[in-house]
Design a protein around this ligand. Structure first.
Ligand code: MEV
Length: 432
């Protein structure tokens, strides 16, 4: 990768953008051609992926520019239908560059498999027996995936939990901790849990009911931090066209906006949704399971019994704005759609990621950038202004505009500061 800064990218025709990308990423055009729909997932491939396939469902794929993650320039593919997300993330990544970019870290890639053990007479005695036989249970689980083991993964630990109260009374839960290396890990963990079931029944005298991965991957956390120099936050200060926000004002406005999410459930849901706009876009573009990431994120946000913001924003000792995001990040770069979907393969190639941890670090960086974009807009001019022109184009298309009409109808709606389908239809009629 040479650079993730590509000035003028927005103005290039789609095909030329691909050339620029290949050049900036230092990859062959052929390696990333699958990012174009015509070379992406084919119907025949889709037919092997799901049942009753009739086709594929496309989403726009944009490139998050300007990202530096752990000192490395990275071009980030983002699959998303919502206007402003790619632009917002790219702009915030540009601000973060001047503070050194994003610094990300990952815990070990350990997933949790759960076994629900019912019909146990003495829960304490059963727990003890499981701990006594921990080594042999782990050895058994370890043997399930020789490939993972070869790459340094495998069963790591067992934890016993007693659920004291439930609609069916008390029962025991056994957690299998499994290092899944560069895989998402659901298959390995589910297989291992199913394999252990009989042995656990024998040891506890109980009945192993559910055997399944937990999506609250709170041992597989990705953390990212960025610092935005306060002067970078100024919003056209001194500009005669008049954007009256100083860097200090924007910084404090962002911290106040974050405080709202930190304290209030209704706001926290929307705040975290903004983070997931960035996170999901990369998770989807790389063929990963975004439902798993969503489930993990929101459960993690409520880990202390109260749902709250996944990120934090504050001012550092120099008065700069600093942000942090920590969340579970169960993504893989081997197996599943990441190795089957041509666009996902191209997306990973474009980013040049070698490990799942590296991918996780990029994803949380985009999440934090996206959070910043939303808070900066909300704390200043509001969200609608930035949304307006792309949203207007979508509404124009929905009203039946084609070709040049799309720009004409959208521009007229923006000029009238009203973006509505009935207005778009009226403008269409006046053009005809
Ligand atoms: C819209 O998709 C996301 C936002 O609502 C996030 C937020 O409010 O922080 C703008």
């Amino acid at each position: 990768m040479t650079t993730s800064r590509i000035p003028g990218f927005y103005n290039l025709p789609l095909d030329e953008r691909l050339d620029k990308l290949a050049e900036a990423a230092g990859v062959a055009r052929a390696d990333i051609i699958a990012l174009q729909t015509a070379h992406g997932l084919m119907d025949e491939q889709a037919d092997h992926m799901v049942e009753n396939a009739v086709g594929t469902f496309a989403l726009p794929l944009g490139i998050g520019l300007n990202f530096i993650v752990n000192g490395r320039e990275v071009l980030v593919p983002m699959a998303i239908e919502e206007p402003s997300v790619v632009a917002g993330a790219s702009f915030m990544a540009k601000l973060a560059r001047s503070g050194g970019g994003f610094t990300a870290s990952m815990s070990a890639p350990e997933m949790i498999g759960q076994m629900q053990v019912l019909d146990i007479k003495d829960l304490m005695a059963a727990s003890l027996r499981l701990y006594e036989h921990k080594a042999e249970l782990l050895a058994e689980a370890d043997a399930v995936d020789p490939l993972l083991k070869k790459f340094g993964g495998g069963a790591r630990d067992l934890e016993v939990r007693i659920i004291e109260e439930s609609p069916i009374g008390a029962f025991l839960v056994l957690h299998l901790i499994y290092d899944v290396r560069d895989a998402m890990g659901a298959n390995a963990v589910n297989t291992a849990c199913e394999k252990l079931g009989a042995h656990v029944e024998e040891l506890t005298g109980g009945r192993v009911h559910l055997k399944i991965l937990s999506n609250l991957a709170d041992r597989r956390l990705a953390k990212v931090q960025c610092t935005i120099p306060v002067k970078e936050l100024a919003f056209g200060e001194g500009d005669p066209a008049g954007h009256p926000y100083s860097g200090e004002q924007v910084r404090d406005g962002i911290i106040e906006a974050w405080a709202f999410a930190a304290a209030d459930l209704y706001r926290a849901a929307t705040h975290n949704k903004g983070i997931m706009n960035g996170v999901d876009a990369v998770v989807i573009a790389t063929g990963n399971d975004w439902r798993a990431i969503e489930a993990g994120a929101h459960a993690y946000a409520a880990r202390d019994g109260r749902y709250t913001s996944l990120s934090t924003w504050s001012r550092d000792t120099q008065g700069n704005l600093t942000g942090e995001l920590e969340m579970p990040m169960a993504v893989g770069i081997i197996g599943g759609a990441t190795k089957v979907h041509p666009a996902a393969i191209a997306a990973l190639k474009l980013m040049g990621v070698q490990t799942a941890a590296e991918l996780a670090g990029i994803i949380v960086s985009v999440g934090l950038a996206q959070n910043l974009a939303a808070l900066r807009a909300l704390a200043t001019e509001g969200i609608q202004r930035g949304h307006m022109s792309l949203h207007a184009r979508q509404v124009a298309i929905a009203a039946g505009a084609v070709g040049d009409q799309i720009e004409q109808v959208a521009a007229q709606m923006v000029a009238e500061k009203t973006v509505r389908i009935d207005l778009a239809e009226r403008i269409m009629k006046s053009l005809q």
